[in-house]
Design a protein around this ligand. Structure first.
Ligand SMILES: Cc1ncc(COP(=O)(O)O)c(C=O)c1O
Length: 361
């Protein structure tokens, strides 16, 4: 693949992204379950625009800083899926909620709820919140059952909060490879989510939204009658780790690559490219060359990557050649770039700003 784009660069195949979005919608059709895609993966209002053009209206973000970017770009039906804590953030949240009352967020403690309640007290309209439940991931989230009820009862006494749902994300199951193991473990997670929602409803709490599910699990979650919203993010581009984990069940295409240039060919069996640790994240393993079967990539420093192959391949790469690399983990790789180069039918059609890149606060 040779282009006149400077490297390292993120290339997005628009046709594959659109196909991925349609795959999600096809899977959910007739289930009564609404998609609320997670924008922390793509971090770009232009990608949100593609999702919106397909009829998707609500979104997740991980951080308040991402919410600020997307709300400003016109996408304010947002659920911020992490606990918002600390005076500075609470003040920012209150300001965002004042202008964008559809913003909602999650909470897993009475202190956290109190902070939110006090922060939005002067806004004159309640903040919609969801209880975050730990359905087995062991990250944030109140334990299922009685502790969730105690939190719901405390929230009911806070006049500036409106409890609208329960969020229970089974992040620990996204990359489980064995489909039977994944199904069983997901069913257990959905059972604990479901029984807690029933407990809250029986106690008179309104739980309109029951939200969960990532790219690796949303189809299983959507089969559970209690679930009415799913939050996959990676499906838009997919990545190497997901492709491996989904295996034969994968219906998504790798729509994003890092384009790198060969800058040195020191021996016949290796070539050095200009994409290293600062261009491709490695938290989920190494990237893979897309169009060079049998060639391995590994980082060779901050700014360098090594392509290696055996003599049986009879391959020769030339200095200046460009190579497409499939990132192992999309989210952490996208966060290294300012821009997507989008192409369709082998023609570059747009540059999209990754405006929420680095918005970790
Ligand atoms: C709370 C939450 N929901 C949804 C997702 C989306 O998951 P994925 O990108 O695997 O589809 C994530 C990803 O980390 C998450 O943390």
């Amino acid at each position: 693949m040779n282009t006149n784009i400077d490297t390292p660069a993120l290339l997005v195949d628009l046709d594959l992204v659109e196909a991925n979005i349609q795959t999600l919608l096809r899977h959910l059709k007739g289930t009564g379950v609404q998609p609320r895609p997670h924008l922390k993966t793509a971090k770009s209002p232009d990608v949100a625009r593609l999702l919106a053009a397909a009829g998707i209206e609500r979104f997740c973000v991980a951080k308040l800083g991402e919410a600020e970017v997307f709300a400003k770009a016109g996408f304010d039906d947002l659920m911020i899926v992490s606990e918002i804590v600390g005076a500075v953030k609470l003040a920012r949240l209150a300001a965002l909620h004042q202008d964008h009352p559809r913003i909602r967020t999650v909470v897993d403690s009475i202190e956290g709820a109190r902070g939110l309640n006090d922060a939005v007290a002067a806004n004159g309209k309640p903040l919609d919140i969801l209880i975050e439940l730990d359905v087995g991931q062991g990250r944030c989230g109140v334990p299922p059952g009685e502790p969730a009820l105690v939190l719901a009862q405390a929230i009911a006494t806070m006049p500036h909060l409106r409890l609208v749902g329960v969020h229970g994300y089974e992040g620990h199951l996204q990359h489980v490879g064995d489909p039977d193991v994944k199904r069983q473990r997901c069913e257990a997670a959905m059972q604990s989510l479901g029984s807690t929602v029933e407990l809250l409803r029986q106690a008179g709490h309104s739980v309109e939204t029951v939200t969960t599910g990532g790219t690796g699990t949303y189809r299983l979650c959507a089969q559970h009658p209690i679930v009415n919203e799913v939050q996959p993010g990676s499906f838009v581009f997919l990545d190497g780790a997901y492709r491996k984990a989904l295996g034969a069940n994968n219906e998504y295409a790798n729509a994003l690559v890092v384009l790198a240039t060969v800058i040195s060919c020191p021996t016949p069996l290796r070539a050095v490219v200009d994409a290293g640790l600062k261009a491709l994240s490695t938290d989920m393993g190494n990237a893979e060359p897309r169009d060079l079967p049998g060639v391995r990539y590994r980082p060779a420093g901050d700014e360098y990557g090594m392509l290696e192959w055996g003599p049986e391949l009879n391959l020769s790469l030339a200095i200046g050649d460009q190579v497409a690399l499939i990132p192992s983990h999309i989210d952490t790789t996208v966060n290294l770039y300012d821009t997507y180069h989008a192409y369709s039918d082998d023609r570059f059609v747009a540059r999209w700003a990754i405006s929420a890149r680095g918005k970790t606060q």
